[in-house]
Write a protein that binds this ligand. Structure first.
Ligand SMILES: [Zn+2]
Length: 229
């Protein structure tokens, strides 16, 4: 557990692992089998983008959710990836920061923290994106769940019911609806989960005051309005 957030550190969770992903290994294996000498120059340049540590070009400051403010997390707190091409995204993980918005942003920018979520939703409903959805954020304390999920932090404390404002629920539901649209994630409690439900976690967020029934109702209502994001 981080000192000021509900997100597990990568160091203790072991999900900051930098080994080449399965896709990189597959590409490497295929190249070895064919023999690099016979690969056309075009083929090499195409494969170049798939080598470990090299991925799609990105636009600085781009966000995945319209209206989100971009603040980059430290590169130590996530792993660059190419989701959903390399990892299927089928979960949204709901967190609570156990602190204020500003302190959460600050620790996610700290390379020593070892953890960060894709988004933070503030009490007033403002959404900040810190990590692109195509990347694997270290938020769940479980490597496989990190690879398959988008993590959303909510400003506040698990034991403070007043943390969870109407504006926060509404904004977060719009965000989750857009994520579910993008990846075809069903809006149910199997796929929209709390950090507490991640296998192996010792975290309790979002806690007993988070109103799941209300949240899923809002997410479904947003989805019914049509495509998002
Ligand atoms: Zn958490």
């Amino acid at each position: 557990m981080g000192a000021t957030t509900g997100t597990t550190t990568g160091a203790t969770a072991g999900d900051g692992d930098r080994r080449p992903g399965r896709r990189a290994l597959l590409v490497g294996g295929a190249a070895a089998a064919v023999g690099t000498a016979v690969l056309a120059r075009e083929e090499l340049s195409r494969l170049w983008w798939r080598l470990p540590g090299v991925d799609k070009p990105r636009v600085a400051g781009a966000v995945d959710f319209r209206g989100a403010r971009w603040v980059a997390a430290s590169a130590a707190n996530y792993r660059r990836a190419d989701r959903p091409a390399d990892y299927r995204v089928d979960r949204v993980v709901v967190h609570v920061t156990q602190g204020g918005y500003a302190s959460a942003v600050k620790v996610f920018q700290d390379p020593a923290h070892g953890a960060a979520a894709h988004y933070i939703v503030r009490k007033d409903g403002r959404i900040t994106q810190l990590i692109r959805e195509l990347d694997v954020a270290f938020h769940a304390g479980n490597r496989s769940y990190n690879e398959r999920s988008v993590g959303i932090e909510h400003e506040g404390f698990v034991e403070d019911a007043a943390s969870f404002t109407d504006a926060m629920y509404a904004a977060s539901a719009r965000l989750t609806a857009a994520i579910c649209d993008r990846y075809g994630i069903p809006v149910d409690r199997e796929h929209i989960i709390g950090h507490v439900e991640v296998p192996g976690t010792d975290h309790t967020d979002p806690g007993r005051f988070w109103d799941w029934e209300r949240y899923l109702r809002l997410v479904r209502a947003e989805r019914a309005k049509g495509p998002h994001g």
